[in-house]
Design a protein around this ligand. Structure first.
Ligand SMILES: CC(=O)SCCNC(=O)CCNC(=O)[C@H](O)C(C)(C)COP(=O)(O)OP(=O)(O)OC[C@H]1O[C@@H](n2cnc3c(N)ncnc32)[C@H](O)[C@@H]1OP(=O)(O)O
Length: 189
């Protein structure tokens, strides 16, 4: 028996929209599928949690790979554009409590005692996030950029850059050849 849903099973999960030729692990947990969109040729591996919590949404484009053990929390939306990818154990926190001590934290206390900030996270085309990285609310990872493994990304990263570290900083440019390769691939389809 396959670990991936077939088209019929995927259709029954109630996604807002779902494309074709996807490989979605049955061991991934989705919350609020009516606000989750999946493109074509998407692969999502085992033990991911993808949550369109609060009023949020998750929009996953074409040829996006989300490796094992990733967590996406999207109270204000998370967009993963075409050809983007999360390596294993990446986390996207589209929202967070205030950790300063002026408020209570965590979902087990009423909202009036918390100060939550929720902002859209945007992973643009061809951006790739290295294993074990965390991306915070409000961050955009520019088109064609890479984030090195184990980074903590608190601010947006421009297009075609490589960023590493805690907090993540741009260290060099990333080649834009991958945009040419995309054109070649799309011509072949
Ligand atoms: C679908 C899949 O691919 S699954 C596999 C997932 N793959 C990953 O997560 C790998 C992500 N890649 C990385 O993190 C890489 O190290 C990159 C892209 C950030 C940099 O790669 P390169 O350009 O080859 O850099 P290089 O290895 O020469 O390192 C340059 C310097 O940055 C340091 N460095 C490299 N990566 C990191 C990192 N993630 N965090 C902190 N420092 C780093 C190196 O130690 C080196 O430091 P030095 O100059 O003081 O010696």
């Amino acid at each position: 028996m396959s670990n991936f849903y077939n088209d019929e099973e995927l259709a029954q999960l109630g996604f807002k929209s779902v494309g074709r030729n996807n490989k979605i692990s049955k061991k991934t947990s989705f919350y609020n599928t009516s606000r989750i969109e999946l493109g074509n040729d998407v692969r999502i591996d085992d033990f991911c949690v993808i949550s369109a919590c609060a009023e949020g949404f998750v929009k996953i484009g074409n040829r996006v790979h989300i490796a094992a053990h990733c967590f996406i929390e999207a109270p204000a939306g998370v967009t993963l554009e075409d050809f983007s990818g999360l390596a294993a154990r990446c986390t996207i926190y589209g929202g967070s409590d205030d950790y300063g001590g002026e408020y209570l934290t965590n979902p087990c206390v009423p909202l009036e005692f918390r100060k939550c900030t929720n902002k859209h996270v945007h992973i643009k085309k061809h951006a790739v996030i290295g294993t074990g990285s965390t991306i915070l609310f409000g961050v955009t990872i520019g088109a064609g950029s890479a984030v090195g493994s184990m980074a903590f990304v608190t601010k947006s990263i421009p297009d075609s850059a490589i960023a590493i570290g805690i907090p993540a900083k741009v260290v060099k440019k990333r080649s834009a050849k991958l945009f040419e390769l995309e054109e070649q691939l799309l011509k072949k389809q």
